[in-house]
Design a binder for this molecule. Structure first.
Ligand code: KIV
Length: 238
């Protein structure tokens, strides 16, 4: 699977399937199920490391998990989540962290959260030759500043801000955009602005694809629920 294949799927209206994985057998299972893209999400902090949020997970922990997933995959694209605190402070930090993930794990893309300064970080990482995934809506790394694990974009102003953020990340060179926990009407309003694939989670069925957390998919996670978790069970792929 390549970014070109994902663009072709978008153009053909074929749903893009993304699932998280955090270890070698999990990677083999999701590949055998036929997914297009595997995300080593920082949801690993909660699903496999037992933290109560995604904030504490470290670069070294994510690198170990991402490298294990890489060893279990052949065809799907592999995205590594850059953890909280590992890219926000400067373009230099963002590029250095992204380079570590590519060098030490073999990830194909890295994912960062939010608009704002993350738009500059995305531009810098892309300029360094590493494809980037943006993430808007509910951004768990900064959930406390959003009032907790709550759906986002629920007023007209908030919806417009979210659309602007996604468009700015696209303009900065992001190859994919994840939209988490927003009303389906907001995703529908976003789609005409996006020429790169948009992957939803708890964001309705208008996105180009859906991403699900492995442990939510299998009903394995009994810790803190994210706003998108229960929603994803009902939104499904289109
Ligand atoms: O960390 C994660 O698993 C994610 C997905 C839910 C998009 O960011």
């Amino acid at each position: 699977m390549t970014l070109g294949d994902l663009a072709a799927k978008k153009a053909a209206g074929e749903p893009i399937v993304m699932v998280t994985a955090y270890d070698f057998p999990g990677a083999q299972i999701v590949e055998a199920a036929g997914v297009d893209v595997v995300l080593v999400g920082d949801s690993a902090a909660m699903t496999v490391l037992g933290y109560d949020s995604t904030v504490p997970v470290t670069v070294d922990e994510m690198i170990m998990l991402t490298a294990a997933v890489r060893r279990g995959l052949t065809a799907p694209l592999l995205i590594a989540d850059l953890p909280f605190g590992s890219y926000e402070a400067s373009d230099e930090l963002a590029v250095a962290t992204a380079q570590r993930f590519v060098k030490e794990t073999g990830a194909d893309l890295v994912k960062i959260e939010r608009g704002g300064t993350s738009v500059d970080r995305a531009r810098a990482i892309v300029a360094a030759g590493i494809p980037v995934v943006g993430h808007v809506g509910l951004t768990p790394q900064t959930a406390s500043s959003l009032g907790g694990y709550k759906a986002q974009g629920r007023t007209a102003d908030a919806a417009l801000r979210l659309i602007d953020e996604a468009a700015a990340l696209q303009e900065a060179g992001c190859s994919l955009i994840v939209v988490e926990a927003v009303p389906s009407e907001v995703t529908a309003a976003l789609m005409p602005h996006m020429h790169v694939p948009v992957i939803g989670i708890g964001a309705g069925s208008d996105a180009d694809g859906q991403v699900l957390v492995f442990h939510d998919l299998l009903g394995l996670y009994a810790g803190v629920r994210r706003a998108s978790s229960s929603a994803t069970r009902t939104c499904g792929a289109r």
